[in-house]
Design a protein around this ligand. Sequence first.
Ligand code: CA
Length: 506
Amino acid sequence: MDPLYIKVHPSDNVAIVVNSDGLPAGTAFPDGFRLIERIPQAHKVALAEIEPGGPVVRYGQVIGTANRLVAPGGWVREDVMDLPAAPALGQLELATRTPAPLPPLEGYTFDGYVNPDGSVGTRNLLGIATTVQCVAPTVDYAVRRIQTELLPRFPNVDGAVAVTHSYGCGVAIDAPGAAVPIATLGHIGRHPNFGGAPLIVSLGCEKLQPVRLFPELRVITDGPPVLRLQDQRGFAETVSAILEYAEKRLAELNRRQRRPVPASGLNVGVQCGGSDAFSGVTCNPAVGYLADLLVRAGATIMFSEVTEVRDAVHLLAPRATTEQVALDLIREMRWYDEYLERGSADRSANPTPGNKRGGLSNVVEKALGSVAKAGTSALMAVAGHGERVTAKGLVFAATPASDFICGTQQLASMNVHVFTTGEGSPYGLSMVPVVKVSSRTALAEKWPDLIDIDAGKIATGQASIENIGWELFRFILDTASGRRKTWAEHWGLGNALAPFNPGPVT
Ligand code: CA
């Protein structure tokens, strides 16, 4: 492959090296530009001289300030740049540049499971919700028996999933922060893929009592059964009782049928994990194109990860549909600033060693690449931590950036998940299909049985952002319909749920 670099925006004074082994000092590009030192793949090269104190510009935005002279052709590493201040939250433009509605995209459907409340499932799963970690191994044991002994008799049911977690007791259950994990676990329990209702297994003495997790239990008399382990006699009988409940529910679930529904029934949560400097030019813009297609089709697309949006908030607040939505976005940014401050941390704690190895120097560069996932449409709504998203269009759902916490929080609302990765992660969730998109072809080739879509072809010019965006859209319709499985589903990869708990542990 010929030496190749990518400059994203005309005003950028850095570009990233595309070639998979990096390029040595002295490399000349077709335009005559030369490297003066070796630059690894995905790392930045100075296109012009950057003076000490001068801005380093990528995506047309200042991502840092040079702390020494960088000559043209030199390597712009993390240690030659200082982190700029985050955009001040009090001085943002609110809904001043709301994009016009995109042209509708009609006629796209998928085969889903429509629930009585109108929500649409993409899988047909027996869900077992739990109130506390104490019961998790017992429920996991029962689920293994359900899978081998019961499921073969119910061919319309895709699987059985235990909603286990580390929450439920030993926590300040009345503290304001407790509302977040409790709401999240409640929404996950009522997930559309569970037909809107789980079986519930409780211990008995825990702080998170079933009615607190599912307040509707107060009024529903023939609702989902609650099995209290401390009422049972011994382990074997307890497991038999869970299996008996499961069998009844499986008979109901087995009658669910897929039927064609408009693509507007999709709620797609997107996040990135193990990002590199390509993420912002390949997979994330392709997901942004997908986001616009979903918006045009009337669906919901959620992006999250507060610390990766914080440094791009000045680009998003003007895109809000109303001033109130922009203020809601700022409220979530401010909440997180204060949350980090209480923990004596700040946003600079975000990039990981892997991010940096992948060429991402700091959180500003990571954020500018990350928000490309949000496409170009108007920001229609903002959801707080743990809130279930019901709005259509582009929605910011506040979550931490941590992959498994973000995934768990988005699970409260989404029926398909898209995960972009540069360094690579075998991440998956057991309740919804997780479509993994690589930022580089080298990763897709190294992990052909984990990566579903290779967006790296965008960097080498073999595919356009539009091509990969459409490929993703069609892949999602097929996957949501059960016509194809993601690699994570094929291997049964489901990361442990990790609800966000900003409240105190006692
Ligand atoms: Ca993430």
